[in-house]
Design a protein around this ligand. Structure first.
Ligand code: HEM
Length: 181
């Protein structure tokens, strides 16, 4: 498989970045919702938050690399033909918003850790318990954008399934799932 995309399908680099990001974001959503309900003194919370912070920072880094990849090295495949204009515009909007929301999630997460001083507890062995993150404004943005991200994922997956099973145009094969049309 070619490293770069062509008019009909994504290349190996774009596919790898897409699926690694997808799996990591699902993990971040599940770990985020889980730890938000745990008490700061719970020792299990510390290790979940620590993993969440590290994976979250890596996802933001990968997203910036992804942006650079599209801007400097690769070109997206042609949009699927025969779709109404509103669907093409909606797809473009959802894809663009993913980048914005992921970067905002990363920035608000990092700001929450910095403002709350939890970094010392998580990474330098300072004594706990973890602070109540909800006292810091970026944490509120983090929660709000998490729900925005879930809505975008819902739209994105619904559109992919609509193409695959209603229009039967084998769109998923462009991202490496199943045989091409
Ligand atoms: C795309 C990346 C990320 C996603 C999808 C994500 C997802 C989530 C979710 C779903 C929550 C719970 C929200 C709620 O219930 O209101 C959460 C909480 C949190 N996240 Fe993230 N996160 C990301 C990146 C980060 C980063 C980079 C950091 C820090 C460097 C971070 C730090 C936190 C903290 C401190 C909380 C609060 C936990 C609590 O309230 O006890 N997150 N995250």
């Amino acid at each position: 498989m070619a490293w770069k995309s062509n008019a009909h399908r994504y290349g190996a680099v774009a596919m790898a970045m897409h699926w690694v990001t997808a799996v990591a974001i699902l993990g971040l959503l599940v770990s985020g919702l889980t730890m938000a309900d745990m008490a700061g003194a719970d020792p299990a919370k510390q290790s979940i938050v620590r993993t969440h912070v590290i994976i979250g920072a890596l996802v933001v880094l990968l997203t910036l690399l992804r942006l650079a990849w599209w801007l400097l090295a690769d070109r997206k495949p042609d949009e699927p033909g025969g779709q109404p204009r509103w669907q093409a515009l909606a797809a473009r909007a959802v894809h663009g918003l993913f980048y914005v929301v992921i970067v905002v999630m990363g920035a608000s997460g990092i700001a929450t850790i910095l403002l709350s001083g939890a970094g010392d507890i998580l990474f330098s062995g300072a004594p706990g318990p973890l602070p109540d993150f909800m006292r810091y404004p970026p944490r509120l943005a983090h929660g709000l954008f998490a729900w925005t991200l879930m809505a975008l994922i819902g739209l994105h997956v619904a559109a992919a399934l609509y193409h695959q099973f209603v229009l039967r145009d084998r769109l998923l094969s462009r991202m490496g799932l199943g045989r091409a049309a």
